[in-house]
Design a protein around this ligand. Structure first.
Ligand SMILES: Nc1ncnc2c1ncn2[C@@H]1O[C@H](COP(=O)(O)OP(=O)(O)OP(=O)(O)O)[C@@H](O)[C@H]1O
Ligand SMILES: [Mg+2]
Length: 589
Protein backbone atom coordinates (compact mmCIF):
# COMPACT_ATOMS: atom_id res chain seq x y z
CA UNK A 1 0.00 0.00 0.00
CA UNK A 2 1.70 3.21 -1.10
CA UNK A 3 0.41 6.46 0.33
CA UNK A 4 1.39 10.04 -0.32
CA UNK A 5 0.83 12.80 2.19
CA UNK A 6 -1.00 15.73 0.69
CA UNK A 7 -1.37 18.22 3.51
CA UNK A 8 -0.84 18.31 7.20
CA UNK A 9 -3.27 20.49 9.13
CA UNK A 10 -2.70 20.56 12.90
CA UNK A 11 -3.74 17.22 14.35
CA UNK A 12 -4.81 15.70 11.05
CA UNK A 13 -3.24 13.93 8.15
CA UNK A 14 -4.71 13.91 4.70
CA UNK A 15 -3.56 10.94 2.69
CA UNK A 16 -4.20 9.76 -0.81
CA UNK A 17 -3.41 6.26 -1.93
CA UNK A 18 -1.95 5.70 -5.33
CA UNK A 19 -5.36 4.67 -6.59
CA UNK A 20 -6.61 8.12 -5.61
CA UNK A 21 -8.99 7.27 -2.78
CA UNK A 22 -8.62 10.08 -0.30
CA UNK A 23 -9.09 9.97 3.46
CA UNK A 24 -8.66 12.24 6.49
CA UNK A 25 -6.89 10.81 9.50
CA UNK A 26 -6.76 12.35 12.98
CA UNK A 27 -3.48 12.20 14.85
CA UNK A 28 -4.69 11.39 18.35
CA UNK A 29 -1.42 10.81 20.10
CA UNK A 30 2.30 10.60 19.64
CA UNK A 31 5.18 9.03 21.54
CA UNK A 32 8.35 10.71 20.31
CA UNK A 33 11.37 8.72 19.20
CA UNK A 34 14.18 8.31 21.65
CA UNK A 35 17.44 6.47 21.23
CA UNK A 36 16.95 4.32 24.32
CA UNK A 37 13.59 2.93 23.21
CA UNK A 38 14.71 3.00 19.59
CA UNK A 39 11.14 3.35 18.39
CA UNK A 40 8.27 5.80 18.17
CA UNK A 41 4.53 5.45 17.92
CA UNK A 42 1.54 7.39 16.71
CA UNK A 43 -2.18 6.87 17.40
CA UNK A 44 -4.41 7.56 14.44
CA UNK A 45 -8.17 7.99 14.22
CA UNK A 46 -9.18 6.52 10.85
CA UNK A 47 -12.11 7.67 8.66
CA UNK A 48 -13.91 4.39 9.46
CA UNK A 49 -13.87 5.48 13.14
CA UNK A 50 -11.34 2.85 14.18
CA UNK A 51 -8.33 3.85 16.23
CA UNK A 52 -4.96 2.43 15.26
CA UNK A 53 -1.57 2.51 16.87
CA UNK A 54 1.39 2.51 14.48
CA UNK A 55 4.88 1.87 15.79
CA UNK A 56 8.12 2.10 13.86
CA UNK A 57 11.61 1.53 15.08
CA UNK A 58 14.76 -0.53 15.13
CA UNK A 59 14.26 -4.27 14.60
CA UNK A 60 15.84 -5.13 17.96
CA UNK A 61 13.30 -3.04 19.79
CA UNK A 62 10.32 -3.87 17.53
CA UNK A 63 10.59 -7.64 17.61
CA UNK A 64 10.17 -7.52 21.37
CA UNK A 65 6.70 -5.99 21.03
CA UNK A 66 5.50 -7.85 17.95
CA UNK A 67 3.17 -10.80 18.33
CA UNK A 68 4.78 -13.26 15.96
CA UNK A 69 1.82 -15.61 16.04
CA UNK A 70 -0.45 -13.09 14.28
CA UNK A 71 1.18 -13.38 10.86
CA UNK A 72 4.17 -15.73 10.97
CA UNK A 73 4.68 -15.61 7.20
CA UNK A 74 5.12 -11.86 7.20
CA UNK A 75 7.47 -12.12 10.19
CA UNK A 76 9.63 -14.67 8.41
CA UNK A 77 9.72 -12.75 5.16
CA UNK A 78 10.49 -9.48 6.97
CA UNK A 79 13.37 -11.03 8.88
CA UNK A 80 14.87 -12.18 5.59
CA UNK A 81 14.40 -8.78 4.01
CA UNK A 82 15.86 -7.02 7.03
CA UNK A 83 18.97 -9.12 6.79
CA UNK A 84 19.40 -8.47 3.10
CA UNK A 85 18.76 -4.70 3.51
CA UNK A 86 21.20 -4.27 6.34
CA UNK A 87 23.94 -6.34 4.71
CA UNK A 88 24.05 -3.80 1.90
CA UNK A 89 24.26 -0.96 4.39
CA UNK A 90 20.64 0.21 4.34
CA UNK A 91 19.09 1.66 7.50
CA UNK A 92 16.16 -0.48 8.38
CA UNK A 93 12.94 0.35 10.17
CA UNK A 94 10.32 -2.16 11.22
CA UNK A 95 6.68 -1.05 11.24
CA UNK A 96 3.84 -2.56 13.25
CA UNK A 97 0.18 -1.77 13.87
CA UNK A 98 -2.52 -2.59 16.42
CA UNK A 99 -6.14 -1.62 16.57
CA UNK A 100 -7.12 -0.03 19.87
CA UNK A 101 -10.55 -0.33 21.42
CA UNK A 102 -12.29 2.87 22.50
CA UNK A 103 -11.82 2.01 26.18
CA UNK A 104 -8.15 1.18 25.69
CA UNK A 105 -7.65 4.50 23.91
CA UNK A 106 -9.36 6.43 26.70
CA UNK A 107 -7.29 4.64 29.31
CA UNK A 108 -4.17 5.56 27.36
CA UNK A 109 -5.34 9.17 27.01
CA UNK A 110 -5.77 9.56 30.76
CA UNK A 111 -2.45 7.95 31.55
CA UNK A 112 -0.73 10.06 28.89
CA UNK A 113 -2.19 13.32 30.20
CA UNK A 114 -1.18 12.46 33.73
CA UNK A 115 2.35 11.54 32.68
CA UNK A 116 2.87 14.52 30.41
CA UNK A 117 1.87 16.98 33.13
CA UNK A 118 3.89 15.31 35.89
CA UNK A 119 6.49 17.56 37.45
CA UNK A 120 8.86 14.79 38.48
CA UNK A 121 10.18 11.96 36.32
CA UNK A 122 8.08 12.91 33.32
CA UNK A 123 10.38 11.15 30.86
CA UNK A 124 10.16 7.83 32.68
CA UNK A 125 6.41 8.09 33.13
CA UNK A 126 5.89 8.80 29.42
CA UNK A 127 8.16 5.91 28.58
CA UNK A 128 6.15 3.53 30.71
CA UNK A 129 2.87 4.80 29.20
CA UNK A 130 4.34 4.10 25.77
CA UNK A 131 5.59 0.67 26.84
CA UNK A 132 2.11 -0.16 28.13
CA UNK A 133 0.40 0.48 24.85
CA UNK A 134 3.13 -0.62 22.43
CA UNK A 135 2.58 -4.37 22.74
CA UNK A 136 1.09 -7.27 20.78
CA UNK A 137 1.72 -5.41 17.56
CA UNK A 138 0.99 -6.91 14.19
CA UNK A 139 3.98 -6.69 11.90
CA UNK A 140 3.35 -4.69 8.73
CA UNK A 141 6.78 -4.89 7.21
CA UNK A 142 10.14 -3.17 7.06
CA UNK A 143 11.72 -0.36 5.11
CA UNK A 144 15.34 0.07 4.04
CA UNK A 145 16.71 3.55 3.38
CA UNK A 146 20.13 4.42 2.12
CA UNK A 147 21.92 6.50 4.73
CA UNK A 148 24.54 8.01 2.50
CA UNK A 149 27.98 8.70 3.85
CA UNK A 150 29.09 12.29 3.52
CA UNK A 151 31.68 13.10 0.87
CA UNK A 152 35.22 12.16 1.68
CA UNK A 153 34.51 10.04 4.76
CA UNK A 154 36.52 6.97 3.66
CA UNK A 155 39.54 9.10 2.71
CA UNK A 156 39.27 11.04 5.97
CA UNK A 157 39.18 7.88 8.07
CA UNK A 158 42.14 6.47 6.18
CA UNK A 159 44.16 9.63 6.82
CA UNK A 160 43.28 9.65 10.50
CA UNK A 161 44.39 6.04 10.81
CA UNK A 162 47.62 6.78 8.94
CA UNK A 163 48.17 9.58 11.45
CA UNK A 164 48.21 6.97 14.20
CA UNK A 165 44.79 7.95 15.53
CA UNK A 166 42.67 5.01 16.63
CA UNK A 167 39.25 5.33 15.08
CA UNK A 168 36.32 3.77 16.91
CA UNK A 169 32.81 3.85 15.51
CA UNK A 170 29.93 3.95 17.95
CA UNK A 171 26.57 3.73 16.27
CA UNK A 172 22.95 3.16 17.14
CA UNK A 173 22.58 1.20 13.91
CA UNK A 174 22.16 -2.52 13.39
CA UNK A 175 25.28 -4.68 13.39
CA UNK A 176 25.05 -5.75 9.74
CA UNK A 177 24.45 -2.16 8.63
CA UNK A 178 27.33 -0.95 10.75
CA UNK A 179 29.69 -3.60 9.36
CA UNK A 180 28.68 -2.83 5.79
CA UNK A 181 29.20 0.90 6.39
CA UNK A 182 32.48 0.02 8.12
CA UNK A 183 33.66 -1.59 4.88
CA UNK A 184 32.44 1.24 2.69
CA UNK A 185 34.23 3.84 4.80
CA UNK A 186 37.43 1.76 4.78
CA UNK A 187 37.39 1.32 8.52
CA UNK A 188 37.15 -2.44 8.13
CA UNK A 189 39.25 -4.22 5.55
CA UNK A 190 39.10 -7.75 4.22
CA UNK A 191 42.43 -8.71 5.79
CA UNK A 192 41.18 -7.91 9.31
CA UNK A 193 40.37 -10.62 11.80
CA UNK A 194 37.02 -9.77 13.35
CA UNK A 195 36.28 -10.46 16.98
CA UNK A 196 32.51 -10.33 17.39
CA UNK A 197 30.90 -10.12 20.82
CA UNK A 198 27.11 -10.49 20.85
CA UNK A 199 26.00 -11.71 24.24
CA UNK A 200 22.68 -11.87 25.95
CA UNK A 201 23.75 -12.90 29.41
CA UNK A 202 26.41 -12.14 31.95
CA UNK A 203 28.00 -15.56 31.62
CA UNK A 204 28.14 -15.66 27.83
CA UNK A 205 29.55 -12.15 27.90
CA UNK A 206 32.32 -13.17 30.28
CA UNK A 207 33.08 -16.20 28.10
CA UNK A 208 33.18 -14.14 24.89
CA UNK A 209 35.56 -11.68 26.49
CA UNK A 210 37.84 -14.44 27.78
CA UNK A 211 37.86 -16.07 24.35
CA UNK A 212 38.62 -12.71 22.76
CA UNK A 213 41.54 -12.11 25.14
CA UNK A 214 43.06 -15.52 24.45
CA UNK A 215 42.61 -15.00 20.72
CA UNK A 216 44.31 -11.62 20.88
CA UNK A 217 47.19 -13.08 22.88
CA UNK A 218 47.56 -16.00 20.49
CA UNK A 219 47.63 -13.77 17.44
CA UNK A 220 50.06 -11.41 19.10
CA UNK A 221 52.44 -14.23 20.01
CA UNK A 222 52.32 -15.57 16.44
CA UNK A 223 53.26 -12.25 14.89
CA UNK A 224 56.52 -11.03 16.30
CA UNK A 225 57.24 -8.08 14.02
CA UNK A 226 54.88 -5.30 13.06
CA UNK A 227 54.92 -6.37 9.40
CA UNK A 228 53.32 -9.76 10.00
CA UNK A 229 50.82 -8.41 12.54
CA UNK A 230 47.26 -9.41 11.77
CA UNK A 231 44.99 -6.39 12.01
CA UNK A 232 42.16 -6.94 14.46
CA UNK A 233 38.68 -5.48 14.61
CA UNK A 234 36.40 -5.72 17.62
CA UNK A 235 32.69 -5.65 16.89
CA UNK A 236 30.48 -5.46 19.93
CA UNK A 237 26.84 -4.64 20.42
CA UNK A 238 24.94 -2.59 22.96
CA UNK A 239 23.35 -5.66 24.57
CA UNK A 240 26.76 -7.01 25.53
CA UNK A 241 27.83 -3.64 26.88
CA UNK A 242 24.94 -3.79 29.35
CA UNK A 243 26.67 -6.76 30.99
CA UNK A 244 30.10 -5.15 30.86
CA UNK A 245 29.86 -1.61 32.15
CA UNK A 246 30.30 -1.12 35.89
CA UNK A 247 31.52 -4.70 36.40
CA UNK A 248 34.93 -6.34 36.49
CA UNK A 249 34.41 -7.21 32.81
CA UNK A 250 35.10 -3.57 31.92
CA UNK A 251 38.81 -4.19 32.39
CA UNK A 252 38.69 -7.17 30.02
CA UNK A 253 36.84 -5.18 27.39
CA UNK A 254 39.48 -2.47 27.67
CA UNK A 255 42.22 -5.07 27.24
CA UNK A 256 40.64 -6.47 24.06
CA UNK A 257 39.63 -3.09 22.65
CA UNK A 258 43.04 -1.54 23.11
CA UNK A 259 44.68 -4.50 21.34
CA UNK A 260 42.42 -4.06 18.32
CA UNK A 261 43.09 -1.69 15.46
CA UNK A 262 39.43 -0.88 14.99
CA UNK A 263 36.49 -1.01 17.36
CA UNK A 264 32.94 -0.97 16.08
CA UNK A 265 30.13 -0.74 18.62
CA UNK A 266 26.63 -1.12 17.23
CA UNK A 267 23.13 -0.73 18.63
CA UNK A 268 24.56 1.35 21.43
CA UNK A 269 22.41 3.73 23.46
CA UNK A 270 23.59 7.33 23.96
CA UNK A 271 24.85 6.71 27.50
CA UNK A 272 26.74 3.65 26.36
CA UNK A 273 28.54 5.82 23.82
CA UNK A 274 29.68 8.04 26.69
CA UNK A 275 30.59 4.91 28.67
CA UNK A 276 32.95 3.75 25.91
CA UNK A 277 34.70 7.12 25.85
CA UNK A 278 34.97 6.97 29.63
CA UNK A 279 36.43 3.45 29.43
CA UNK A 280 39.43 4.89 27.60
CA UNK A 281 39.64 8.16 29.50
CA UNK A 282 39.76 6.43 32.87
CA UNK A 283 42.49 4.00 31.94
CA UNK A 284 44.86 5.85 29.65
CA UNK A 285 46.37 9.27 29.38
CA UNK A 286 45.38 9.39 25.71
CA UNK A 287 43.28 12.25 24.46
CA UNK A 288 39.82 11.29 23.29
CA UNK A 289 37.87 13.08 20.57
CA UNK A 290 34.23 12.36 19.86
CA UNK A 291 32.49 13.48 16.70
CA UNK A 292 28.81 13.02 15.99
CA UNK A 293 25.81 14.61 14.38
CA UNK A 294 22.75 13.52 16.33
CA UNK A 295 21.13 14.04 19.70
CA UNK A 296 22.24 10.51 20.59
CA UNK A 297 25.87 11.65 20.34
CA UNK A 298 25.56 14.47 22.87
CA UNK A 299 26.65 12.52 25.93
CA UNK A 300 29.74 11.12 24.23
CA UNK A 301 30.63 14.56 22.84
CA UNK A 302 30.48 15.93 26.36
CA UNK A 303 32.42 13.04 27.84
CA UNK A 304 35.34 13.23 25.41
CA UNK A 305 38.30 15.58 25.90
CA UNK A 306 37.43 17.20 22.59
CA UNK A 307 33.83 17.13 21.38
CA UNK A 308 32.92 17.92 17.79
CA UNK A 309 29.41 18.38 16.48
CA UNK A 310 28.51 18.03 12.84
CA UNK A 311 25.69 20.33 11.90
CA UNK A 312 23.47 18.50 9.49
CA UNK A 313 20.08 16.97 9.03
CA UNK A 314 19.85 15.58 12.55
CA UNK A 315 19.30 18.88 14.36
CA UNK A 316 21.59 21.10 16.35
CA UNK A 317 21.89 19.27 19.67
CA UNK A 318 25.29 17.80 18.84
CA UNK A 319 26.59 21.19 17.73
CA UNK A 320 25.26 22.90 20.86
CA UNK A 321 27.06 20.40 23.09
CA UNK A 322 30.36 20.51 21.21
CA UNK A 323 33.66 22.34 21.50
CA UNK A 324 34.00 22.65 17.74
CA UNK A 325 31.26 22.55 15.14
CA UNK A 326 31.73 21.65 11.51
CA UNK A 327 29.62 20.93 8.47
CA UNK A 328 31.34 17.80 7.20
CA UNK A 329 33.16 14.88 8.76
CA UNK A 330 36.09 15.26 6.39
CA UNK A 331 36.95 18.69 7.87
CA UNK A 332 38.25 16.74 10.84
CA UNK A 333 41.36 15.93 8.80
CA UNK A 334 42.61 19.51 8.37
CA UNK A 335 41.41 20.35 11.87
CA UNK A 336 43.63 17.69 13.41
CA UNK A 337 46.45 17.14 10.95
CA UNK A 338 46.98 20.78 10.03
CA UNK A 339 45.62 23.09 12.72
CA UNK A 340 46.08 20.54 15.49
CA UNK A 341 49.69 20.03 14.43
CA UNK A 342 50.44 23.74 14.09
CA UNK A 343 48.82 24.54 17.41
CA UNK A 344 50.69 21.81 19.21
CA UNK A 345 54.02 22.97 17.80
CA UNK A 346 53.34 26.64 18.50
CA UNK A 347 51.98 26.13 21.99
CA UNK A 348 54.77 23.78 23.01
CA UNK A 349 57.45 26.07 21.71
CA UNK A 350 55.90 29.16 23.22
CA UNK A 351 55.46 27.64 26.66
CA UNK A 352 59.10 26.61 26.72
CA UNK A 353 60.22 29.92 25.24
CA UNK A 354 58.28 31.92 27.82
CA UNK A 355 59.87 29.97 30.64
CA UNK A 356 63.23 30.63 29.06
CA UNK A 357 62.84 34.36 28.38
CA UNK A 358 61.61 35.09 31.91
CA UNK A 359 64.09 32.79 33.62
CA UNK A 360 67.07 34.30 31.80
CA UNK A 361 66.19 37.79 32.97
CA UNK A 362 65.46 36.67 36.53
CA UNK A 363 68.74 34.74 36.74
CA UNK A 364 70.63 37.88 35.71
CA UNK A 365 68.91 39.78 38.54
CA UNK A 366 69.74 36.91 40.86
CA UNK A 367 73.48 36.83 40.11
CA UNK A 368 73.61 40.49 41.03
CA UNK A 369 72.02 39.76 44.39
CA UNK A 370 75.00 37.53 45.22
CA UNK A 371 77.24 40.60 45.04
CA UNK A 372 75.10 42.95 47.11
CA UNK A 373 75.08 41.00 50.37
CA UNK A 374 71.68 39.53 49.40
CA UNK A 375 69.97 42.92 49.69
CA UNK A 376 67.75 42.36 46.66
CA UNK A 377 68.81 45.70 45.26
CA UNK A 378 69.10 45.71 41.50
CA UNK A 379 71.35 47.33 38.94
CA UNK A 380 68.67 47.08 36.29
CA UNK A 381 66.41 50.07 36.24
CA UNK A 382 62.99 49.32 37.76
CA UNK A 383 61.29 50.66 34.66
CA UNK A 384 63.25 48.22 32.54
CA UNK A 385 62.28 45.38 34.85
CA UNK A 386 58.63 46.19 34.26
CA UNK A 387 58.98 46.87 30.54
CA UNK A 388 60.97 43.66 29.94
CA UNK A 389 57.88 41.47 29.91
CA UNK A 390 55.47 44.08 28.65
CA UNK A 391 57.37 45.77 25.83
CA UNK A 392 60.89 44.45 25.26
CA UNK A 393 60.04 40.79 24.63
CA UNK A 394 56.28 40.36 24.51
CA UNK A 395 55.20 41.09 20.94
CA UNK A 396 57.52 38.55 19.24
CA UNK A 397 56.19 35.80 21.52
CA UNK A 398 52.61 36.55 20.53
CA UNK A 399 53.26 37.04 16.84
CA UNK A 400 55.45 33.96 16.41
CA UNK A 401 52.92 31.91 18.38
CA UNK A 402 50.22 33.00 15.96
CA UNK A 403 52.01 33.04 12.63
CA UNK A 404 54.78 30.48 12.65
CA UNK A 405 54.20 27.30 10.68
CA UNK A 406 56.71 24.49 10.87
CA UNK A 407 55.33 22.78 7.76
CA UNK A 408 52.94 23.72 5.03
CA UNK A 409 49.36 22.56 4.97
CA UNK A 410 50.10 20.59 1.82
CA UNK A 411 52.88 18.56 3.44
CA UNK A 412 50.90 17.92 6.59
CA UNK A 413 47.96 16.57 4.60
CA UNK A 414 50.18 14.51 2.35
CA UNK A 415 52.07 12.85 5.21
CA UNK A 416 49.58 12.22 8.02
CA UNK A 417 52.34 10.44 9.97
CA UNK A 418 53.69 13.89 10.87
CA UNK A 419 50.83 14.15 13.35
CA UNK A 420 52.69 11.54 15.42
CA UNK A 421 55.04 14.22 16.79
CA UNK A 422 52.29 15.33 19.14
CA UNK A 423 51.41 11.81 20.19
CA UNK A 424 55.04 11.12 21.01
CA UNK A 425 55.24 14.43 22.90
CA UNK A 426 58.25 15.41 20.86
CA UNK A 427 57.92 19.16 21.23
CA UNK A 428 56.99 19.51 24.86
CA UNK A 429 58.57 17.22 27.40
CA UNK A 430 60.69 17.22 30.50
CA UNK A 431 63.93 16.76 28.54
CA UNK A 432 63.28 19.88 26.46
CA UNK A 433 62.30 21.81 29.56
CA UNK A 434 65.56 20.88 31.27
CA UNK A 435 67.55 21.76 28.13
CA UNK A 436 65.99 25.18 27.83
CA UNK A 437 66.46 25.89 31.54
CA UNK A 438 70.13 24.91 31.35
CA UNK A 439 70.46 27.16 28.30
CA UNK A 440 68.75 29.91 30.24
CA UNK A 441 71.20 29.57 33.15
CA UNK A 442 74.12 29.55 30.72
CA UNK A 443 72.95 32.68 28.92
CA UNK A 444 72.29 34.52 32.17
CA UNK A 445 75.78 33.62 33.40
CA UNK A 446 77.29 34.90 30.15
CA UNK A 447 75.19 38.08 30.21
CA UNK A 448 76.04 38.81 33.81
CA UNK A 449 79.64 37.74 34.23
CA UNK A 450 81.28 38.87 30.97
CA UNK A 451 80.40 42.57 31.52
CA UNK A 452 80.87 42.23 35.29
CA UNK A 453 84.40 40.87 34.96
CA UNK A 454 85.26 43.34 32.21
CA UNK A 455 84.16 46.34 34.24
CA UNK A 456 85.22 44.94 37.61
CA UNK A 457 88.03 47.38 38.21
CA UNK A 458 86.59 50.33 36.33
CA UNK A 459 84.79 53.33 37.79
CA UNK A 460 81.57 52.62 35.87
CA UNK A 461 78.40 52.82 37.93
CA UNK A 462 76.00 49.94 38.38
CA UNK A 463 73.21 51.62 36.36
CA UNK A 464 75.37 51.60 33.21
CA UNK A 465 76.17 47.96 33.83
CA UNK A 466 72.46 47.37 34.37
CA UNK A 467 71.66 48.92 30.99
CA UNK A 468 74.19 46.67 29.31
CA UNK A 469 72.63 43.65 31.02
CA UNK A 470 69.13 44.67 29.96
CA UNK A 471 70.13 45.20 26.35
CA UNK A 472 72.09 41.95 26.24
CA UNK A 473 69.22 39.85 27.59
CA UNK A 474 66.70 41.41 25.23
CA UNK A 475 68.93 40.93 22.20
CA UNK A 476 69.78 37.36 23.23
CA UNK A 477 66.23 36.18 23.78
CA UNK A 478 65.05 37.80 20.56
CA UNK A 479 67.89 36.26 18.55
CA UNK A 480 67.15 32.93 20.19
CA UNK A 481 63.56 33.26 18.98
CA UNK A 482 64.68 34.44 15.53
CA UNK A 483 66.84 31.31 15.19
CA UNK A 484 63.80 29.12 15.83
CA UNK A 485 61.31 30.93 13.59
CA UNK A 486 60.62 28.80 10.55
CA UNK A 487 58.32 30.81 8.33
CA UNK A 488 59.32 34.47 8.24
CA UNK A 489 56.81 37.12 7.34
CA UNK A 490 57.31 40.87 7.37
CA UNK A 491 55.33 41.04 10.62
CA UNK A 492 57.71 38.58 12.30
CA UNK A 493 60.69 40.62 11.11
CA UNK A 494 59.03 43.82 12.30
CA UNK A 495 58.26 42.59 15.80
CA UNK A 496 61.53 40.79 16.50
CA UNK A 497 63.90 43.48 15.26
CA UNK A 498 61.42 46.19 16.28
CA UNK A 499 61.49 44.91 19.87
CA UNK A 500 65.25 45.31 20.01
CA UNK A 501 65.02 48.83 18.60
CA UNK A 502 62.17 49.65 21.01
CA UNK A 503 64.29 48.46 23.92
CA UNK A 504 67.15 50.80 22.91
CA UNK A 505 64.73 53.69 22.60
CA UNK A 506 63.15 52.95 25.99
CA UNK A 507 66.51 52.60 27.73
CA UNK A 508 67.67 55.91 26.21
CA UNK A 509 64.44 57.66 27.22
CA UNK A 510 64.54 56.24 30.78
CA UNK A 511 68.13 57.36 31.19
CA UNK A 512 67.28 60.84 29.91
CA UNK A 513 64.82 61.53 32.72
CA UNK A 514 66.76 63.35 35.46
CA UNK A 515 64.40 62.33 38.24
CA UNK A 516 64.97 58.61 37.72
CA UNK A 517 67.91 56.76 39.24
CA UNK A 518 70.64 55.98 36.73
CA UNK A 519 70.22 59.30 34.90
CA UNK A 520 72.60 59.50 31.90
CA UNK A 521 73.95 55.97 32.59
CA UNK A 522 73.59 54.66 29.03
CA UNK A 523 75.30 57.73 27.56
CA UNK A 524 78.35 57.08 29.74
CA UNK A 525 79.04 53.68 28.20
CA UNK A 526 77.45 53.78 24.76
CA UNK A 527 80.28 55.82 23.35
CA UNK A 528 82.99 53.34 24.36
CA UNK A 529 84.25 50.53 22.15
CA UNK A 530 84.33 48.17 25.14
CA UNK A 531 80.55 48.44 25.49
CA UNK A 532 79.94 47.34 21.91
CA UNK A 533 82.60 44.63 22.12
CA UNK A 534 81.01 43.24 25.26
CA UNK A 535 77.56 43.29 23.72
CA UNK A 536 78.85 41.31 20.74
CA UNK A 537 80.79 38.88 22.94
CA UNK A 538 77.78 38.22 25.14
CA UNK A 539 75.57 37.48 22.15
CA UNK A 540 78.08 35.20 20.44
CA UNK A 541 79.10 33.26 23.56
CA UNK A 542 75.53 33.11 24.84
CA UNK A 543 74.19 31.65 21.61
CA UNK A 544 76.89 29.00 21.12
CA UNK A 545 75.15 26.11 22.99
CA UNK A 546 71.75 26.78 21.41
CA UNK A 547 73.27 27.07 17.97
CA UNK A 548 75.43 23.97 18.40
CA UNK A 549 72.60 21.87 19.79
CA UNK A 550 70.31 22.93 16.95
CA UNK A 551 72.93 22.19 14.29
CA UNK A 552 73.75 18.78 15.76
CA UNK A 553 70.09 17.83 16.11
CA UNK A 554 69.21 18.85 12.58
CA UNK A 555 72.22 17.24 10.95
CA UNK A 556 72.75 14.08 12.90
CA UNK A 557 69.39 13.19 14.41
CA UNK A 558 66.65 14.93 12.50
CA UNK A 559 63.08 14.09 13.40
CA UNK A 560 60.24 13.57 10.91
CA UNK A 561 59.31 17.22 10.92
CA UNK A 562 62.84 18.35 10.10
CA UNK A 563 63.11 15.80 7.32
CA UNK A 564 59.78 16.94 5.89
CA UNK A 565 60.94 20.54 6.09
CA UNK A 566 64.07 19.75 4.11
CA UNK A 567 61.92 17.95 1.60
CA UNK A 568 59.66 21.00 1.40
CA UNK A 569 62.66 23.22 0.74
CA UNK A 570 63.88 21.07 -2.13
CA UNK A 571 60.32 20.77 -3.40
CA UNK A 572 59.97 24.56 -3.31
CA UNK A 573 63.10 25.06 -5.35
CA UNK A 574 61.94 22.36 -7.81
CA UNK A 575 58.53 24.02 -8.04
CA UNK A 576 60.21 27.31 -8.82
CA UNK A 577 61.95 25.68 -11.79
CA UNK A 578 59.00 23.55 -12.86
CA UNK A 579 55.82 25.34 -11.90
CA UNK A 580 53.64 22.58 -13.36
CA UNK A 581 54.66 20.04 -10.67
CA UNK A 582 51.73 19.71 -8.30
CA UNK A 583 51.37 17.48 -5.27
CA UNK A 584 47.95 15.88 -4.99
CA UNK A 585 45.97 16.61 -1.86
CA UNK A 586 43.12 14.18 -1.75
CA UNK A 587 41.42 15.78 1.24
CA UNK A 588 40.67 19.43 0.99
CA UNK A 589 38.37 21.43 3.24
N1 LIG B 1 12.64 8.67 13.95
C1 LIG B 1 12.78 7.37 14.18
N2 LIG B 1 11.69 6.61 14.34
C2 LIG B 1 11.79 5.30 14.59
N3 LIG B 1 12.95 4.65 14.71
C3 LIG B 1 14.07 5.32 14.55
C4 LIG B 1 14.07 6.73 14.28
N4 LIG B 1 15.34 7.14 14.18
C5 LIG B 1 16.09 6.05 14.36
N5 LIG B 1 15.36 4.96 14.60
C6 LIG B 1 15.83 3.61 14.89
O1 LIG B 1 16.53 3.60 16.11
C7 LIG B 1 17.87 3.15 15.91
C8 LIG B 1 18.79 3.91 16.83
O2 LIG B 1 18.81 5.27 16.46
P1 LIG B 1 19.92 6.24 16.98
O3 LIG B 1 19.51 7.62 16.61
O4 LIG B 1 20.21 5.92 18.41
O5 LIG B 1 21.19 5.83 16.21
P2 LIG B 1 21.49 5.89 14.65
O6 LIG B 1 20.98 7.18 14.13
O7 LIG B 1 20.97 4.63 14.02
O8 LIG B 1 23.02 5.75 14.55
P3 LIG B 1 24.15 6.83 14.80
O9 LIG B 1 24.50 6.60 16.23
O10 LIG B 1 25.19 6.37 13.86
O11 LIG B 1 23.58 8.16 14.50
C9 LIG B 1 18.12 3.39 14.44
O12 LIG B 1 19.08 2.51 13.95
C10 LIG B 1 16.78 3.14 13.81
O13 LIG B 1 16.60 1.77 13.59
MG1 LIG C 1 22.01 9.23 14.12
Amino acid sequence: MALCSLSEAPGTLSLTSLVRSRGMFDVLGLHEFDSDRKRMSVIIGCPDKTIKLFVKGADSSMFGIIDKTLNPDVVQATEKHLHSYSSVGLRTLVIGVRELSQSEFQEWQMAYEKASTALLGRGNLLRSVAANIERNMRLLGASGVEDKLQDGVPEAIEKLREAGIKVWVLTGDKQETAISIGYSCKLLTRDMTQIVINSNSRESCRKSLDDAISMVNKLRSLSTDSQSRVPLALIIDGNSLVYIFDTDREEKLFEVAIACDVVLCCRVAPLQKAGIVDLIKKRTSDMTLAIGDGANDVSMIQMADVGIGISGQEGRQAVMASDFAMGQFRFLVPLLLVHGHWNYQRMSYMILYNFYRNATFVFVLFWYVLYTGYTLSTAINEWSSVLYSVVYTSAPTVIVAILDKDLSRRTLLKYPQLYGAGQREESYNLRLFIFIMVDSVWQSVVVFFIPYLAYKNSAIDSASLGDLWTLSVVILVNIHLAMDVIRWTWITHAVIWGSIVATWICVIIIDSIPTLPGFWAIYEVMGTALFWALLLAVIVVGMIPHFAAKAIREHFMPNDIQIAREMEKSQDSRDANQPEVQMSTSTRA
